[in-house]
Design a protein around this ligand. Sequence first.
Ligand code: GLN
Length: 450
Amino acid sequence: MKRSTEDHIYDLIDTIDQSGNPIFITVDKEWLRKHLAEQAAIQGPFSGKIIAVKDNINVRGLPTTCASRILKTFHSPYDATVIKKIRAAGGVLLGKTNMDEFAMGSSNEYSAAGAVKNPVDETRVPGGSSGGSAAAVASGLVDYALGSDTGGSIRQPAAFTGTVGLKPTYGRVSRYGLTAFASSFDQIGPITRTVRQSAELLEVIAGKDPLDSTSADIPVGNYVRALDEDVKGLTLGIPWHLLEKGVEKDVMDSFQDAVKTLEKAGVTFREIELKYADYAIAAYYILATAEASSNLARFDGIRYGVNQKMDGGDLFSTYAENRSKGFGPEVKRRIMLGTYVLSSGYYEAYYARGQKVRTLIAREFATLLKDMDGIMLPTTPTTAFKLGEHVNDPLKMYLNDVFTVSVNIAGLPALSVPGKPGKGGLPVGCQFIGRAYDEGTILRLGHTIE
Ligand code: GLN
């Protein structure tokens, strides 16, 4: 490693220590010393580039806390596949970023490590659940971060902080080593300063992985080169009916501004109808909580976590005690909701119905995308809200995901790119939804408006 990268890293650590904003959960100087030495020996496309990693992605030798007390004392014995690939490309991993506990939330306030403040306006949330990763990029600490997106957790924080967030197609990036929240929705993706950096990082992390059977055996595109192609002649659909109510004026202005820029560049727009969009939030919160309740059943607090011992009680009361102490309120709410929708007598009414709605939504997107290259929507209905504004109102928090969850339901790729800022310079995100495995086109569109 060049001496300068090392110096830069140590300067960054000082800045992080002094910032008073809990953007990172773990930055380990000792671990970094060894890591820097290892990476210095590797010449690759990411040599000298620094990446922040969301704390639900495993890095060998560092804790993975998922911002939860139940993972206290857990150190990962292995690397997630995306981390292996970044190491092989020469990249330097700065540390683990703050998030909503187990990636459940839209504001980064549901974190055992404290709420992250939005670097653009510290009275506001950075979005969530990848709020730490987005804030690490927005504050200028790093150009590259990894997030995970189950219902919007890469795109929404990117929109709130003025960064670029890409949720790849389900199956594009291996989930091996990502702590599962809702396995049929989860995808790892980049949060970066520019669209080009997003393309660069996607090229490194994408691809088939024998350790994740849901990863697809489809060749990885040359996403950086795709940016140089023209957008002229592309057709995009806009479901204007969804934007009639509940969208802030600043968001609407910024969206229309982006549409004009693309029109000038030769993109054709078509009005479309998304008939099932109104059911997306309900379907998502049934299916995602069902999967979460099942995935989180493995955390018993015995090998690591809050209590770790039997304390003379029986097995079940030990589990109950560890889980009561270990999980925060939002995670408990999700486990209870998920258990309820899966329980006998309710399964048909909720879970099975949710699956049917999922199929309808996925089919509707697939049909529309036969005739067009993508769909455009704002990333969020509002700009970043104030810290504390929604924290005690889960429904309001869930409604913030109205434009992002359908994409995960359908498994499609989507990119959030900063548009014209709103009042007081608050960032606004513009979202491009693409055909499955066609990340190249949405990156190219995003590059045109940045
Ligand atoms: N805000 C959504 C939720 O709370 C999405 C989370 C995510 O994408 N991880 O479930």
